[in-house]
Design a binder for this molecule. Structure first.
Ligand SMILES: [Mg+2]
Length: 211
């Protein structure tokens, strides 16, 4: 039933789960970026970031026009975090290897971050046909249908043929609207949103179901 599907995986919070630890590291890098670029102290940087977050869903969206810095430089900087503490998960690698479907990673972060993470957790990058990142999505990201459409068009895929594994319900809601089958990873303590077709406690349980 699922053998002909294409499996599309988010990375952070989906292929591994360490709570908000990586998110917090990225947040610290965001602060560091504005401190360096605008020559601010801690408090001033906090004010700038708070203001940006009132108006934009993602910090990067304030760049270019409002702050004259490259979105690429910003993403490369904030995603360059030390994730060497992530636990190894060879069982996940073994499960992925057994899945006959084509697999992709679709992430708002950067390819470098994906490869760093895969290396540390012990999941081979060649389990995946390709990695599509925030740069490839032209910084539209997964809260915007355009980000998904760029991904689909790039590989000649149709949303109806794709399962999306993701820990962020907001991204799943967008994906569902354009025709993906949606698989929420985690958040078992909350009510399953109607736009999530499936929900599993973790990625390995999900893979067992779709194998
Ligand atoms: Mg995620």
């Amino acid at each position: 039933m699922f053998k002909d599907k294409v499996l599309v995986f988010d990375l952070d919070g989906t292929l591994y789960n360490v709570g908000a630890k990586v998110e917090n590291l990225v947040d610290a890098k965001v602060k560091e970026f504005f401190k360096q670029k605008l020559k601010l102290n801690d408090e001033e940087a906090n004010v700038v970031i708070k203001d940006i977050r009132k108006r934009y869903q993602y910090d990067v969206e304030a760049l270019d026009e409002e702050y004259p810095f490259s979105k690429k430089d910003f993403m490369d900087f904030i995603c360059n975090v030390d994730i060497s503490f992530l636990p190894q998960d060879y069982a996940l690698d073994a499960k992925l290897k057994k899945m006959p479907q084509r697999k992709f990673i679709l992430t708002d972060s950067t390819k470098k971050h994906v490869l760093d993470v895969l290396l540390v957790i012990g999941v081979a990058a060649d389990n995946f046909a390709s990695i599509f990142d925030g740069h490839d999505m032209a910084y539209t990201f997964k809260h915007n249908p355009d980000g998904f459409k760029l991904f689909l068009d790039n590989y000649g895929l149709k949303a109806k043929d794709c399962l999306l594994f993701e820990d962020n319900p907001c991204n799943l809601e967008v994906a569902k609207e354009i025709g993906f089958t949606t698989v929420l990873i985690g958040q078992e303590d909350k009510e399953k949103p109607s736009f999530c077709d499936y929900r599993f406690a973790d990625i390995k349980k999900a893979l067992e179901y779709f194998a």
